[in-house]
Design a protein around this ligand. Structure first.
Ligand code: RB5
Length: 145
């Protein structure tokens, strides 16, 4: 988890958690890129999702975290982009399972859905869990095809 570069983005509905997540990553010496938004002014989540996913596809970031009010808009937007496997997680079990089984490269959460401490636990679990490969790789290949 030490060498990971993580892009973090939100719309206005996820702005507070984006800021907390960036502080959390910095406290663990994890490299991060702040994709924005940079204030609580209203903005459009598809724009942020696209910008973040492009960082992953270009190799500038290994993984990304997207926050909006529900996490749903961000996950819909991110999953439209080929090569992105975005997982909407509001519990640590799903966060672990989606890394182990789906090799998700984007984590989405809703600031209006869960508390901040749980959100940070989910980030921690999602970042430290490795993809298991094996039988799951075949299914990832099917998704990509
Ligand atoms: C913004 O009000 C809200 O719609 C957005 O943050 C997100 O929840 C969309 O899915």
């Amino acid at each position: 988890m030490g060498n990971l570069k993580v892009a973090v983005g939100s719309d206005h509905g996820g702005f507070e958690y984006k800021e907390s997540i960036i502080k959390f990553l910095q406290s663990k010496n994890i490299d991060c890129i702040d994709i924005g938004t940079y204030s609580k002014d209203s903005c459009d989540y598809p724009v942020i999702a696209k910008k973040l996913c492009e960082k992953i596809l270009s190799g500038e970031a290994d993984r990304g975290i997207l926050i909006c009010g529900t996490g749903i808009g961000m996950s819909i937007a991110a999953n439209k982009i080929k090569g992105i496997r975005a997982a909407l997680c509001h519990d640590t079990f799903s966060a672990r399972a989606t890394r182990a089984h789906n090799n998700s490269n984007v984590l989405c959460m809703g600031e209006r859905v869960i508390g901040e401490c749980l959100a940070l636990d989910i980030v921690d679990m999602w970042l430290k869990t490795d993809f298991e490969g094996g039988r799951h790789q075949k299914r990832i290949d099917m998704l990509e095809a």
